[in-house]
Ligand binder design. Sequence first.
Ligand code: ATP
Ligand code: MG
Length: 371
Amino acid sequence: MDTYLVGGAVRDELLGIPVKDRDWVVVGASPEDMLAQGYRQVGADFPVFLHPQTNEEYALARTERKQGHGYHGFVVYSAPDVTLEEDLRRRDLTINAMARDADNQLVDPFNGHQDLTDRWLRHVSPAFAEDPLRILRTARFAARFAPKGFRVADETMALMRQMVADGEVNHLVPERVWQEVQRALQEQAPTVFFEVLQACNALAVLIPELDESRLATALAALRCISAKADATDTRLAALLSPLPARQAEHRAQAMKAPNECQQLVRLTTRCREQLGTLPADTGACAEDLLQLLELTDAWRKPERFDRLIGVLGCVVERRQAPILEQLQQAANTTAQVNARELMAQGHKGKALGQAIRQERLRRIQALLPTH
Ligand code: ATP
Ligand code: MG
């Protein structure tokens, strides 16, 4: 049996960037051979094993054929006679379809090295069309490697457009889409992910609210926040910020984004709408600021509030920037309101709540210029 290093590790080493995890392909072995050598099988019906010492993944060479739609329709064929080249052919992009043998020689039947040098993301074979997740993966690699000059090959873009037109993207379940979106939001140039999805018309299926009238604004906000913060919730909130609050909330929920993401999306769009109603000349009064702090639960969730202010800084109109500054100061000064002191003064129950609010309001008023 022969063992080859494959996929991302080969690609990243050629790019001169750190290799995160190493995947291996084993040719000429059966599951029994692997078990006899101490490997542990990962899935019951998938020929993937973990090395007894390194815990790295060793997959038996396999081919995959599509039957039906979505991700369930794959028939996996794995046997000792499946060749390395056959295994590489089922992979998504040529730069991901290279291998290294035991002598460290590059095995590259699909010219991945040339594409890597020329900075092309190109599909390996027409079988790419069998799995719509590959559209999202390609967009994600574009987001990761755009800063290095990579772009999607024309023929691959054409194939992805065809897949979208054939309705393939409709079959992706939200969980898988979110997994890719969440990873894409963590990449170096997350805006490129959405640009590629837009270019192949997949965005209209996945996030239809981000139509042409909103996409540029959304991507500007995402670009801005990506330069400042890497938390997923801030980046998603920036992306969905141009949407009406209800639509944004609905989309985040439909995407099955985690709760903390959904909440920041909600607060961002609500605050943006709220700020939009303030008079342009006088700006916010103390009561406006206090209501915004109440809406955002700034006192109990100070870290989320900081992330929110960061996102809003990328979202609101320039003329509203001073209000964000005031809001931050209002949060700071009201954070020191001491409920225990007010209780000691004899306030309790509903009256205590009112006293706390009065004290917060008084402190915010003290910040604002008097007219
Ligand atoms: P990363 O650095 O993100 O881990 P990677 O290239 O290692 O990138 P993995 O998701 O770890 O990506 O997958 C390992 C390899 O398996 C890929 O390089 C690719 O060859 C292949 N692969 C993974 N998912 C698919 C897919 N949906 N379709 C085709 N090939 C895939
Ligand atoms: Mg990997």
